[in-house]
Design a binder for this molecule. Structure first.
Ligand code: DX5
Ligand code: ZN
Length: 238
């Protein structure tokens, strides 16, 4: 069957796997980052929780800075914090490559997005399952990525919310229209409950970047899981 392509490259190469270190061994984070990159990770997803915006507490910019030398791939910082702006600056300084935040957590979305861009990082907004897509409409020019939550934020190991597939399609249509007008591509990352048995459906709905925590770090062989995810994507798109 003819392989589908995007910008002349096999579409499967457009897909990125972003393991979330929330499910990694916190006592050996540096080694875990090295191992999962050797296993084929495209990004390291860094879940920042402040026990205020979400009912959990993880790690701050110092841990990001400590892991930066281990991360030979971009660090994708997901801020589940409120307020947002000061932590944007400290994570940018700590070596974040992509910074995403929840619009509900910022008093001034455009200012927060500008802080990310002016710090030299790529910027994204995170939509919770209950956050409507129209929040994106007036800031598309500022976005490099949209992160769609397929679980409610705060914990790894939750089940994928099936209604997310409809929302992914909605956002894909919005971003495709925007790309047609502006020539600018915006990535769609999906986060929460991504497994080898649902990643193809999530991609078919329009996602191109996949966060996976417990699916990968919960297994002994990280490469086997990532390879299986890529096989699932290849079989769905070739
Ligand atoms: C949840 C985090 C997710 C989570 C994904 O608030 O934003 O990134 O770590 O973990 P899994 O893949 O186990 O659902
Ligand atoms: Zn996340």
């Amino acid at each position: 069957m003819k392989q589908k392509t995007l910008e002349g490259k096999p579409i499967v190469q457009q897909f990125r796997i972003a393991p979330s270190i929330l499910s990694a061994d916190f006592a050996r984070l540096g080694e875990e980052v090295t191992r999962v990159i050797e296993a084929g990770a495209d990004l390291i997803h860094f879940d920042v929780m402040d026990n205020h915006y979400v009912p959990n507490l993880t790690f701050g910019p110092m841990v990001c800075a400590a892991l930066k030398p281990y991360s030979t791939v971009p660090i994708d910082v997901h801020l589940m914090v409120e307020p947002v702006d000061d932590l944007i600056l400290s994570f940018a300084k700590a070596g974040a490559d992509i910074i995403t935040f929840h619009p509900e957590a910022s008093r001034h979305i455009d200012r927060s997005l500008s802080l990310i861009k002016d710090s030299g990082c790529r910027a994204g907004l995170v939509l919770n399952p209950a956050t409507p897509v129209y929040v994106l409409e007036n800031v598309l020019d500022r976005l490099d990525m949209v992160l769609l939550m397929s679980v409610n934020p705060g914990f790894g190991g939750q089940s994928f919310i099936p209604q997310t597939l409809v929302k992914i399609r909605q956002v894909r249509d919005l971003l495709d229209m925007y790309e047609g007008e502006s020539g600018r591509k915006i990535a769609i990352e999906v986060d929460g409950g991504i497994k080898t048995d649902n990643i193809a459906a999530v991609a078919a709905a329009g996602a191109d970047t996949f966060v996976a925590g417990s699916a990968i770090f919960g297994q002994a062989d990280y490469k086997a899981v990532i390879d299986k995810m890529r096989q699932e994507l290849a079989s769905a798109f070739s």
